[in-house]
Ligand binder design. Structure first.
Ligand code: MN
Ligand code: MN
Length: 461
């Protein structure tokens, strides 16, 4: 089966749009390294485009009508945007769902310590990472600290040119004889991920003078006391901005493409709906995908279903049955990234069923591992419907599996929405070096994702 390289079919005008889309995506990525930062941006952009807070609609006692735009956020880490369609909600929604959390390291609750005249912040990594990739990198700290009185301090250190950066050491090569004999999975262990934050002692300190100096700096410069770490969510991420990648500038190198490179096209798709669609369109942005989609802000959260229930009530007569029907009759694209063929590691991929850089939006009928375990496995009828939408709208797409059979695998939020009885298929942008501090995507694949998600939200069935 032959698939066109998306670049081959672009007119000069198309190529300009691809570039413009990539530029605005890079901006979103640079200011959206954490789930909280993404929700903040999504909310600001959506409000500017006329989306109204669900709570505001609920308090206004007005009914929602086709074309109305609604936004819901939860705990600042999960968001959903809706454009109300002409058909009743119980006939189903067209949902595109992406996640906005990315692999990283989180500070522990009691992180600060001194050892060997250095001060450190201890971390616990989040999501699947090759730990050895995170040492000797400039790192930044993003997040919130909640003070004892409940006030919230948001802060970022390491992104401005004048900011200091932080980092984790690796052993010098000169004495690495023992280390280099170790397996890659243990060459850097979880408890070795200690962030160096200082080396200057505080004069007159009774003990741990370097740590004491950091306590002083935190208090004076950031208004943070050591005990505030207990009430904080501080994420350690690569410092700095994304970059054009390749001499031809056809790709983007950046932190957190998984899954912002699907979340951003999802956002832009729903913002591009200018008149009431046939079916209510929903753009879903979830947290905690990298650790199993658990909890109040993950895809498993009842909040998603509850919000659809609220919309049922706001568009007509509420009933529990109508909400269940709305979920079950929905069509869903699980917008998550997939692997891309990497010629350097060709042995891990099965070439006929692999995504290639630049060949477009990628459909994974199933993910999972060891005999599709954990996969949603979309029905053939639904894959037919989705590919027809893409064909009709000239969306470049390809199909793939994450790697060779029994070489590993992965999962997404697809099965979770599938549990409602909805049709779901995985459909996203292929990523190189996935879960590394810097991942790589094609600008063409990013743009085709936008085209595909928009066509899907607007289709008439
Ligand atoms: Mn993902
Ligand atoms: Mn991932």
């Amino acid at each position: 089966m032959l698939r066109q390289n998306a670049w081959n079919v672009y007119s000069e005008e198309d190529a300009k749009q691809v570039e413009a889309f990539a530029r605005s995506y890079r901006n979103f990525l640079d200011y959206g390294k954490t789930e909280r930062e993404c929700v903040k941006q999504i909310k600001a952009i959506a409000k500017e485009k006329g989306f109204v807070d669900l709570e505001e609609v609920m308090n206004s006692n007005k009914k929602l009508v086709p074309g109305d735009k609604v936004i819901m956020t939860h705990m600042g880490k999960l968001a959903a945007l809706f454009v109300i369609g002409k058909k009743p909600l119980e006939q189903g929604l067209h949902i595109v769902g992406a996640h906005i959390d990315s692999p990283r390291m989180d500070l522990k609750q009691n992180p600060l310590f001194e050892d060997g005249s250095l001060a450190y912040l201890d971390t616990h990594y989040y999501g699947g990472v090759k730990k050895y990739q995170w040492v000797t990198q400039p790192l930044a700290l993003h997040g919130v600290v909640v003070k004892k009185d409940g006030s919230v301090l948001e802060f970022t250190i390491g992104e401005k040119d004048e900011d200091p950066v932080l980092g984790i050491s690796d052993l010098l090569i000169h004495v690495s004889q023992n280390q280099l004999e170790k397996k890659a999975s243990v060459v850097i262990e979880g408890e070795d991920l200690n962030l160096i934050v200082g080396s200057k002692p505080l004069e007159d300190a009774e003990s741990d003078p370097v740590k004491a100096m950091i306590v002083k700096v935190l208090e004076e410069e950031y208004n943070i006391e050591e005990e505030d770490f207990v009430r904080a969510e501080l994420e350690v991420v690569p410092a700095g901005k994304s970059r054009d990648f390749g001499l031809d500038r056809s790709m983007i190198l950046g932190y957190g493409h998984d899954d912002k490179c699907c979340a951003y096209p999802t956002l832009q798709a729903i913002l591009s709906i200018d008149e009431a669609p046939e079916y209510t369109a929903m753009a879903l942005f979830t947290d905690k995908e990298e650790i199993g989609s658990v909890g109040a802000t993950g895809s498993h959260s009842r909040v998603i279903e509850n919000t659809v229930a609220e919309l049922c009530a706001l568009t007509g007569e509420y009933s529990d049955l109508k909400t269940r029907r709305a979920m079950q009759h929905s069509r869903v694209l699980s917008a998550d990234v997939t692997s891309v063929f990497d010629p350097t590691y060709a042995a891990e991929f099965e070439k006929k069923n692999t995504a290639f850089m630049g060949l477009g939006l990628t459909i994974n009928k199933y993910t999972g591992s060891r005999g599709k375990s954990g996969a949603n496995d979309a029905s053939a009828e639904y894959v037919a419907a989705v590919t027809r939408i893409f064909d009709d709208n000239k969306v470049a797409f390809q199909t793939s599996e994450i790697g060779k059979v029994d070489h590993g695998g992965g999962g997404t939020i697809a099965y979770i929405l599938g549990n409602y009885g909805a049709e779901v298929v995985d459909c996203g942008v292929p990523v190189m070096s996935m879960h590394a501090p810097y991942e790589i995507i094609s600008k063409a694949d990013l743009y085709e994702a936008y085209k595909g998600y928009l066509a899907f939200m607007k289709h008439k069935r």
